[in-house]
Unconditional design. Structure first.
Lengths: 115, 111
């Protein structure tokens, strides 16, 4: 049981290049999330998918697109990378652990630098 | 606007020196408050969920408590391996389990 896995771990891009960050979970969770983490800003939600076949914008969606490929996989695409997208990106998935709310479990992150 | 504020930003303790981290929130409709631990270069690791004022949860040297306006993470007799950034986050009613995070408290425990 690997939990949430992300690839790649590190990536350096030039301004204007595109790339896709991959995320997979093996916990049979319905919901998946993409966050970015910047110094002093905390974790901010980019996009989320409440269930297979649905995606919605989070707090900072501009410059990103997502695809919920199936229940296990949720990818994040940067079509034309900008230096402002230099960040650490985390994928998370969530499942109901009580009657009240879901618990999110995070992957190890992708460290992206855009030059 | 819903806000989550953590204090202090950084805390340095000696081994065995107990202390508390604070997470205050100004939100409406709290469904749950989460505590995570994050080690450098790693993803956040789930610690606790608290749902209602007065609730407490414990795990080893950590105890989390919740009031109507804030949560505390008490660390009793910390060890160097407790050094990490501790994040709190809130889940609000009507937000499809999206979390709003604070900026974290960086804890360093020295010998």
């Amino acid at each position: 049981n690997a939990g949430v896995t992300q690839t790649p771990k590190f990536q350096v891009l030039k301004t204007g290049q595109s790339m896709t960050l991959q995320c997979a979970q093996d916990m049979n969770h319905n919901s998946m999330y993409w966050y970015r983490q910047d110094p002093g800003m905390g974790l901010r939600l980019i996009y989320y998918s409440a269930s297979e076949g649905t995606t919605d914008k989070g707090e900072v969606p501009n410059g990103y697109n997502v695809s919920r490929l199936n229940k296990r996989e949720f990818s994040l695409r940067l079509e034309s990378a900008a230096p402002s997208q230099t960040s650490v990106y985390f994928c998370a998935s969530s499942g109901r652990t009580s009657g009240y709310t879901d618990t999110q479990y995070f992957g190890p992150g992708t460290r992206l630098t855009v030059l | 606007e819903d806000q989550v504020t953590q204090s202090p930003e950084a805390l340095r303790l000696q081994e065995g020196e107990s202390s508390s981290l604070n997470c205050s929130y100004t939100v409406s409709g709290l469904r749950g408050l989460f505590w995570y631990r994050q080690d450098p270069g790693k993803g956040p690791e789930f610690l606790f969920t608290l749902y209602s004022a007065g609730e407490e949860k414990e795990k080893e040297r950590l105890k989390a408590t919740l009031t109507k306006k804030e949560s505390f993470l008490h660390i009793t007799a910390p060890k160097p391996e407790d050094s990490a950034t501790y994040l709190c986050a809130v889940d609000l009613v009507g937000t499809a389990s999206k979390l709003t995070f604070g900026t974290g408290t960086r804890l360093q425990v020295t010998l």
